[in-house]
Design a protein around this ligand. Structure first.
Ligand code: ADP
Ligand code: ZN
Ligand code: ZN
Length: 745
């Protein structure tokens, strides 16, 4: 008997091994096995098929050992992996690597994760209540604690309680507990617990929905009768999350699991609390800040007969072993962070979620205030259902949006700081009233550039073709592409003058300036630099929620789906920079970012204000944002997309080639493009030199394929694979790195 095994290697999709006789009856699809590879390596792999077809080669090796007594990956998961590998042109081994927590696929043999132990307390079983009370004697405090433990045990029908729980009792103190242990009224013992078993009791039922929400919920359910996927297009703060909660509850009642996807960890913090309050322990959280052992535990729990009924997480939670998935929610479906950039598989979590749901016969709900052009197009053409929510919850008004022309203001000498006078005034008024402000700037660091005033020298990264960003607090120059950091030179290395000046504006500088402008208030910054530590997000968000922070400065991280109730002013600084990328999506991004950022403004009984600082207020996108006119924005985008052959009318595949020698990258790309033109003709564009054409010492060239919708992905895949093999048959291109980015963002 033979087994086909997926290994974490890009060489081939499956490897065949012989099954040792004693293993034959214990093995099956979805089991993990350890197999030898090469001269001395062992890998953990997953069995995809068991068969009798002897491979036509000699030297077939045997499976070394079996890890599982039951499958850890189910049929739908394997189908999903295959689909990702096929559609995103990624090796199956890379999909497997992305899917399974690392501790479940050790590369050196079977290192198991360390179980977690907790101390549990028990009332000495040989004591009865009377003796116990007598023994505690005059120690009133000990008696109180013993009583409290006793009532807890009775109330919960249990014999023991964890020390952690007891430490929350009103009569608890460490010395009182020690007293009880010394008198042997209590005994303590360690228990291997799952890290997941902290009991969280729901605190309330879902809030009743208002009429708009109720209609939307009914609309979604009706739409699901004949559509697999439905878009909920609801303005910011229309109460989409509450609708999700009601929908989840309905699926729970039908015994179905829900996957609730969010684009970023920053968001899970806030949403977790809202869902925990309703669903308690039925909810599991899965994202990259959760350590690997805990991920492995969640995986095992999902396989058990008491799996989580709801999973909330970021894109990797698509890979968990669901048993009876009924609903997938993709919140903020337009977010670019749903697309995996590096490494492979470069999958889009929204589109993959729709496939996952299909494999389970489940439904997908996409939610957004600013849907992606692709999704809205699908909703317009009837491929998806569409439900719209135009009122904010509780009669909250949409904010007033004002444009401030910063170039004009500077010319007239009316703007002396980074903030327009109108914005300063608004923030001042908000602070006076105990209200808050959010300022948004899409560049981190202090200044995106340093320049020598004398000779024009600009520091660049040694490994990448980009200039370095100045970080003032750490006094470093940092490459935002490879993270290398450099000391800030005291003088210009080229002309030896002390004439280096920062140019441009980053969040760090904005934070500094705002602190100077409003010395009496607490200013915090939220960007990739300030949220590196584990709990940083949470601390900043909670600090702002609890009004310990008055002004929050940050990057786009701040613009997404966060719900604050006391923000009067939102400022968007240098809004033009959102639009000036040479990318067909830059206006879509700009529209989404500004609308979402604006959505953070507003509080009960008071309309919020949004001030957009820009240098070219005539750009049509500003008018769409200001009038909150998604439809007009969409129509304009759609006709451009059609005209210039972009999605949703064409499918894009970006082919990336890299080599340390520029000439090799260049020539390999030219050669590949030539070969592709033989079968794909004018659909092949390039090769191009990207704006950042060297990263981490590798020179980069790109080819773009524009494929009309009718062209079958299977045919394109075949052509690409054949062409790749042909390219590799030339020895000079053997070591050129090549990868595909399907539906690039
Ligand atoms: P969205 O997800 O559309 O931005 P949210 O669901 O976050 O909107 O709702 C905005 C605010 O209104 C939140 O603070 C939420 O708790 C509150 N809210 C929405 N719907 C209800 C409801 N039915 N009952 C009570 N509060 C609600
Ligand atoms: Zn670099
Ligand atoms: Zn100089």
């Amino acid at each position: 008997m033979y087994a086909d095994v997926i290994l974490p290697l890009p060489l081939s999709d499956r490897f065949t091994y012989a099954i040792p006789a004693e293993m034959v009856n214990k093995i099956g699809e979805g089991f993990r096995v350890v197999v030898p590879f090469g001269s001395r390596k062992y890998y953990t792999g997953i069995i995809t098929r068991i068969h009798r077809e002897a491979p036509g080669i000699t030297g077939i090796r045997e499976i070394h050992s079996l890890i599982d007594s039951h499958p850890v990956v189910n049929e739908q998961q394997l189908t999903l992996w295959e689909w990702i590998s096929f559609y995103y042109l990624a090796p199956l081994g890379d999909v497997y690597k992305a899917a399974l927590p690392s501790s479940m696929k050790p590369e050196d043999l079977l290192r198991k994760f360390t179980p977690h132990t907790e101390i549990f307390l028990q009332i000495n079983p040989s004591l009865d209540q009377q003796t116990m009370i007598r023994m505690a004697g005059r120690a009133k405090k000990q008696q109180a604690l013993a009583d409290e433990i006793g009532s807890y045990l009775t109330a919960n029908h249990t014999g023991s309680v964890s020390k952690k729980v007891v430490s929350g009792f009103s009569s608890y103190s460490a010395s009182v507990l020690n007293g009880l242990l010394q008198k042997e009224i209590l005994t303590a013992f360690p228990v291997e617990t799952s890290r997941l078993e902290t009991i969280i009791t729901p605190t309330h039922e879902p809030f009743p929905l208002n009429d708009h929400q109720h209609q939307a919920l009914t609309g979604i359910r009706e739409s699901f009768d004949n559509k697999e996927t439905v878009l909920l297009h609801g303005v910011t703060s229309s109460g989409k999350t509450e609708i999700y909660i009601h929908l989840i509850q309905q699926y729970l009642a039908e015994g179905k699991q829900t996957l609730y996807l969010l684009p970023e960890i920053a968001l899970t913090t806030q949403h977790t609390e809202r869902l925990k309050a309703v669903f308690g322990n039925r909810l599991g959280i899965y994202h990259s800040r959760i350590n690997d052992n805990e991920r492995a535990e969640i995986w095992q729990k999902m396989l058990s007969d008491q799996p989580y009924e709801i999973i909330m997480g970021v894109r990797s939670s698509l890979f968990l072993p669901y048993q009876h998935l009924g609903l997938v929610i993709v919140d903020e479906e337009h977010e670019a962070s749903y697309k995996q950039q590096d490494p492979a598989p470069r999958y889009h979590a929204r589109d993959t979620a729709i496939m996952l749901a299909r494999f389970f016969g489940a439904k997908t709900l996409l939610g957004s205030a600013t849907p992606s052009v692709e999704t809205y197009y699908n909703a317009q053409t009837g491929k998806y259902g569409l439900v719209t929510l135009t009122a904010r919850y509780n009669g909250l008004k949409m904010p007033v949006i004002r444009l401030e022309n910063s170039r004009e203001l500077r010319r007239k000498k009316k703007m002396k700081t980074l903030l327009a006078p109108a914005l300063i005034e608004q923030i001042g008024a908000a602070l006076e009233n105990g209200e808050q402000a959010i300022l948004f700037r899409n560049r981190r660091g202090f200044a995106p550039l340093i320049e020598c005033k004398q000779c024009g020298w600009v520091p660049k990264c040694r490994r990448c073709d980009v200039s370095l960003t100045y970080h003032k607090k750490s006094s470093k120059l940092v490459c935002h592409y490879c993270n290398s950091s450099y000391r800030l030179p005291a003088e210009c290395p080229s002309c030896h003058e002390k004439s280096l000046v920062p140019l441009g504006l980053g969040t760090e500088q904005l934070e500094e300036e705002v602190s100077h402008l409003f010395p009496g208030s607490v200013v915090a910054r939220m960007d990739m630099d300030s949220t590196r530590s584990k709990d940083a997000y949470e601390q900043i968000i909670t600090g702002f929620q609890e009004k310990r922070i008055q002004i929050l400065v940050g990057t786009q991280m701040l613009s997404k789906g966060l719900d604050f109730d006391n923000v009067r002013v939102v400022g968007i600084i240098s809004a033009d920079s959102l639009l000036n990328y040479p990318d067909f999506r830059s206006h879509e991004r700009g529209f989404q970012l500004m609308t979402q950022a604006a959505g953070r403004a507003g509080r009960k009984n008071r309309q919020g204000t949004v001030i957009i600082q820009c240098t070219d207020p005539g750009q049509p996108v500003f008018a769409y944002v200001r009038n909150n006119d998604y439809e007009a924005f969409f129509r304009a985008q759609l006709s451009e997309r059609k005209l210039f052959h972009y999605p949703p009318f064409y499918r894009l595949i970006r082919i990336v080639l890299k080599h340390k020698q520029e000439q090799k990258a260049e020539a390999a790309a030219a050669s590949l493009a030539g070969m592709l033109r033989e079968s794909l003709y004018e659909r092949t564009l390039g090769p191009n030199k990207p704006i950042v054409s060297r990263i981490q010492l590798y020179h980069i060239r790109e080819i773009l394929l524009k494929l009309e919708n009718g062209l079958s992905p299977q045919r394109v895949r075949d052509i690409l694979k054949k062409t790749e093999v042909r390219l590799r048959s030339f020895p000079e291109w053997k070591y050129v790195t090549l990868y595909y980015d399907v539906d690039p963002l």
